[in-house]
Design a binder for this molecule. Structure first.
Ligand code: FE
Length: 201
C-alpha cells in the first residue's frame, strides 16, 4: 500500500475539516480515521521512522489552512518528551512499539502532581481535548527498540506557542516545538498506479 494509506487518511481528514466539526467530532471521527491508519504498519517511509539523539517529530502533512497537522513521533531507546501542553486538540495513534503517557497537574509554586497513566500498544488511539487537562509527558515504553506513534493536532502544532513545565516547581516556559524534517513526504506521485491501471494503446 505504501504512501496510499497516508494519502487516503489526509483526504478523509481534509473532508472532515471542510465540515467545520466541533472538537468532540474531530476527536471521535478523526480518531476512527486514525485508528484505521495505524491498524497497518506498512506505509510510513523509512526516512520518517528514523530515531535520533533525542525524540523525533517528523511532519507528515499540514493542512494548507492549518486546521490540522499529522506528525510521526519516533522515540529512541529511553527517550521521552519534556512535560508539555498543546493548546489544541490532539489524537495519538500507536503504530509501532509502545509508549506511556502521564498526565500532569501543575500546583503553583510546588511540585507537579501526576495523574492518569495511559499505555498505548499498536493500533490503539487516544484523544486529548484542548482544555487545561492537556499537560503530559510521553516516553518510549519498549526498553530495547524505537517506538513510533502518529499524532494529529488541531493546528500546525510545530508553530503553536505553548509551554513546557518544570516538575519540581510547576513553573512554565515558552515552547515552540518545530519539526525535525525540512521536507514532507511526496503523497502525490500516483504515476505507478495510473500506468498499471491503463495500459497504453
Ligand atoms: Fe503531547
Amino acid at each position: 500500500m505504501g504512501i496510499t494509506r497516508l494519502r487516503a487518511f489526509i483526504q478523509d481528514m481534509t473532508r472532515l475539516a471542510g465540515e467545520q466539526p466541533s472538537e468532540a467530532r474531530w476527536l471521535e471521527e478523526g480518531g476512527a480515521l486514525l485508528k484505521s491508519l495505524v491498524s497497518n504498519d506498512d506505509w510510513l517511509p523509512d526516512a520518517l521512522a528514523e530515531p535520533g539523539p533525542t525524540y523525533r517529530q517528523y511532519l507528515l502533512h499540514c493542512d494548507p489552512l492549518e486546521r490540522f497537522s499529522v506528525v510521526s513521533f519516533v522515540w529512541g531507546i529511553g527517550q521521552r518528551t519534556p512535560i508539555h501542553n498543546h493548546k489544541v486538540w490532539g489524537l495519538v495513534g500507536m503504530l509501532r512499539g509502545a509508549e506511556v503517557s502521564v498526565t500532569m497537574h501543575p500546583e503553583p509554586g510546588r511540585p507537579m502532581r501526576s495523574g492518569q497513566v495511559d499505555h498505548l500498544t499498536p493500533g490503539e488511539v487516544v484523544g486529548v481535548g484542548s482544555g487545561e487537562e492537556d499537560i503530559h509527558w510521553v516516553e518510549n515504553a519498549i526498553p530495547d527498540r524505537p517506538s513510533i506513534s502518529i499524532h494529529v493536532y488541531g493546528g500546525n502544532i510545530g508553530a503553536i506557542e505553548r509551554h513546557t513545565f518544570d516538575p519540581a516547581t510547576s513553573e512554565r516556559k515558552r515552547f515552540v516545538s518545530g519539526y525535525t524534517n525540512v521536507e514532507v513526504p511526496n503523497l502525490w506521485d500516483r504515476s505507478a498506479e495510473i500506468r498499471e491501471a491503463r495500459p497504453a494503446h
